[in-house]
Design a protein. Structure first.
Length: 242
C-alpha cells in the first residue's frame, strides 16, 4: 500500500470520530457546565477533558505520520537541490527528524492508550478490551529503530577507518562529499536511511490503524454518550428555567 493509500485509510477511520466530536466536545474549549447539577459537574468535566485530550492525541498521531511522509521526501531529494547542504548534513537532517518523530510517536501512543482506558473506566463501558489487547500485544512501538545507533547513521555503512580519521569525521560535519573513503558510501547510507524510514512509517501506520480498529468503535460510543449527557442536561436546565 502506498503512503497516499495508507494516509487515506487512516483518515477514513479518524474523520467520523472528529465529525461526531465537533458537536459538543471540540466546540467547547473550556466549558463551565453551569447547566449541569453541582454534584455531577466535576464528573462531566473530567469526561470532557479526557475525551478531548484523547482526540487531540489521535490527531497528533496523524500529524506525526504526515511529518514522516515529509521526512521521507526530504531524505529522497538527494543530493540536496543546488548543493546548499552536504551529503552528510542532508542525511543527518533526515535522521534527526526520524529519531524525533519516532520518540514523539511512542510518547503520544502511550498517552492515548492511557486516556482511553481512563475514559472507559469513568463511564464504566462494558466492553471486552482485554481479549483484543492480549491478541494484538498492544500498539506497535518504534522497535524498528535501534536506540543505540549513533546519530550520524550514515557512518554505520562506511568502512571503519583508523581512529585519527574517525575522530576527524566525527568532529567535522563539513567533510568533503568527494573525499575518500567516504564518497562511495553516501549512496549506501541513503538507502539504509530510507529503509529505516519506511520501516518506521509502517510501524506508525500499523499503530494508528490498530488503535482505531480496536478502539475506534468504543471512542465513537464514548463521544456519543457524552453528547447524550450534555443534551439531557441542557434540556433539563431549559425546563427548569420555564
Amino acid at each position: 500500500m502506498s503512503r497516499v493509500d495508507t494516509s487515506s485509510a487512516i483518515d477514513r477511520l479518524i474523520v467520523p470520530i472528529v465529525e461526531l466530536a465537533g458537536e459538543n466536545l471540540m466546540s467547547l474549549p473550556d466549558p463551565s457546565f453551569d447547566f449541569v447539577p453541582d454534584k455531577m459537574r466535576e464528573g462531566i468535566s473530567a469526561i470532557h477533558l479526557r475525551l478531548k485530550a484523547e482526540l487531540k492525541a489521535l490527531l497528533q498521531l496523524r500529524t506525526i505520520y504526515g511529518d514522516m511522509i515529509t521526512c521521507r521526501i526530504v531524505a529522497g531529494e538527494y543530493p540536496w537541490i543546488l548543493g546548499e547542504l552536504s551529503h552528510y548534513q542532508h542525511l543527518r537532517l533526515a535522521w534527526s527528524q526520524l529519531m524525533r518523530l519516532s520518540d514523539l510517536f511512542d510518547e503520544i501512543m502511550k498517552e492515548i492508550d492511557r486516556l482511553h482506558s481512563e475514559t472507559l473506566e469513568i463511564l464504566s463501558v462494558d466492553v471486552d478490551r482485554a481479549i483484543g489487547c492480549a491478541a494484538s500485544g498492544g500498539a506497535p512501538r518504534m522497535g524498528a529503530i535501534d536506540r543505540d545507533t549513533r546519530a550520524d547513521r550514515w557512518y554505520e555503512v562506511a568502512p571503519q577507518p583508523e581512529p585519527p580519521i574517525f575522530d576527524t569525521m566525527r568532529m567535522a560535519s563539513e567533510w568533503s562529499d568527494s573525499a575518500p573513503p567516504f564518497a562511495d558510501y553516501y549512496g549506501a547510507a541513503r538507502c539504509d536511511l530510507l529503509s529505516q524510514i519506511d520501516a518506521t512509517m509502517q510501524t506508525m501506520s500499523s499503530g494508528i490503524v490498530g488503535f482505531l480498529s480496536d478502539h475506534g468503535g468504543e471512542l465513537v460510543d464514548l463521544v456519543g454518550r457524552y453528547h447524550d449527557m450534555i443534551r439531557n442536561f441542557r434540556t433539563a436546565a431549559s425546563r427548569d428555567m420555564i
